[in-house]
Design a protein around this ligand. Structure first.
Ligand code: A2P
Length: 340
């Protein structure tokens, strides 16, 4: 019988943790035990793992010697404290927070792009899962970068509230209901109303005027594509969508690529589905294509009117799945297949 693994899901009651449990069951990851971990507040409460109901355990008292794989998604501070402890106990951590992503000795992996980097997990026993908006962008850009080289990326994102977590989903729902009833409800999570609005702000502001979410897209694109010469200029925005991030990606390539060539390359690319019909509705959107699905959907592929080597793309994916839980589990699948 092939080997089975004990997997700990840290943040199992959260927006990403729930999807991690669902995808582990859906993809029949070879589990023996699954431990659902969260804060003491949630200890004893039920979470679903496929048909089974698991009881949440308190992360603070969990013995990581019981697990070989830890999927972490409970925030950077929790990972900072517990991921090294888990790794020390022999549990390989796949961390969905930004905490370790930029450390040179921590691999940052998108399996369709740089699967070979998983081999470097042994240095610290931790593999970082990239930011949701970076993952879907690099899955779409990898085949184009391989073919003609990307010199510059201008990207604007339209990111759903589930990327912030469950409280943000509640805030959008409550504010939307209140607004429809004619009242304005102040926010707890976002600094301005998110219902019927767009906020050009994700994560904290940095000294250079960009937000940290924007700089994550710069740093992570360089690290995952292994090419720090690519110039990246992001604007990240939060929109009143629950599941699925959309991105308008404008690239300037080193050699010219025609739209039909790009479309053909993308149609063959792993993890990508092209939906690019030049008619009303012939493009992917968060609700109609991305939510609940695994692929990165690409549409609106066209040559940039304003630049001889410019190409425009519209890229949409489920931020909780490919942007977080699915990518982590795809890393885990390769880890157990090739390295453990
Ligand atoms: P809990 O539900 O017990 O607070 P989201 O991203 O949807 O906001 O979810 C965050 C996840 O991180 C939840 O599962 C939450 O558990 C978990 N979490 C938050 N703080 C802690 C903590 N101190 N210890 C363990 N898990 C935590």
């Amino acid at each position: 019988m092939s080997k089975r693994w004990n997997v700990a899901v840290v943040g199992a009651t959260g927006a990403v943790g729930e999807v991690m449990l669902a995808i582990l069951a859906e993809r029949r990851f070879p589990v023996n035990e699954v431990y659902a971990l969260a804060s003491r507040r949630s200890a004893g409460s039920p979470v679903q793992f496929g048909e089974r109901t698991l009881r949440v355990e308190d992360l603070a008292t969990f013995d990581f010697r019981k697990a070989q794989i830890g999927l972490f998604s409970a925030g950077g501070e929790i990972s900072a404290e517990y991921a090294p402890k888990a790794a020390e106990a022999g549990c390989v951590v796949i961390d969905n927070t930004a905490h370790f992503r930029y450390d040179d000795d921590i691999p940052l992996v998108v399996p369709e792009v740089n699967p070979g980097d998983i081999a470097r997990y042994q240095a610290r026993g931790i593999i970082a899962n990239p930011n949701c908006s970076t993952i879907q962008m690099v899955v779409a850009l990898k085949p184009l970068h391989d073919a003609v080289g990307i010199d510059r990326i201008n990207v604007c994102t339209y990111q759903s509230v589930s990327g912030t977590g469950k409280e943000a989903i509640d805030e959008l729902r409550e504010q939307t209901q209140a607004a429809l009833a004619g009242t304005a409800l102040p926010g707890r999570v976002y600094p301005k109303p998110i219902a019927f609005n767009v906020l050009p702000h994700i994560d904290v502001f940095l000294e250079n005027g960009y937000t940290k979410e924007e700089m994550k897209m710069v740093w992570e694109t360089h690290k995952i594509l292994g090419d720090s010469a690519i110039r990246v200029n992001p604007t990240t925005a939060r929109v009143p969508v629950v599941y699925g991030h959309s991105e308008a990606v404008h690239i300037e390539t080193r050699r010219k690529i025609r739209a039909d060539e790009a479309r053909a390359l993308l149609a063959q690319a792993p993890g990508v589905v092209v939906l690019d019909e030049r008619r009303a509705g012939g493009y992917p959107t968060a609700i109609t294509e991305a939510a609940g699905q695994d692929a990165v959907f690409v549409g609106r592929i066209r040559e940039d009117l304003s630049h001889p080597r410019g190409l425009d793309l519209w890229v949409v994916s489920d931020n909780l799945r490919k942007g977080a839980a699915l990518n982590s589990i795809q890393i885990a699948e390769r880890l157990v297949e090739n390295y453990l």
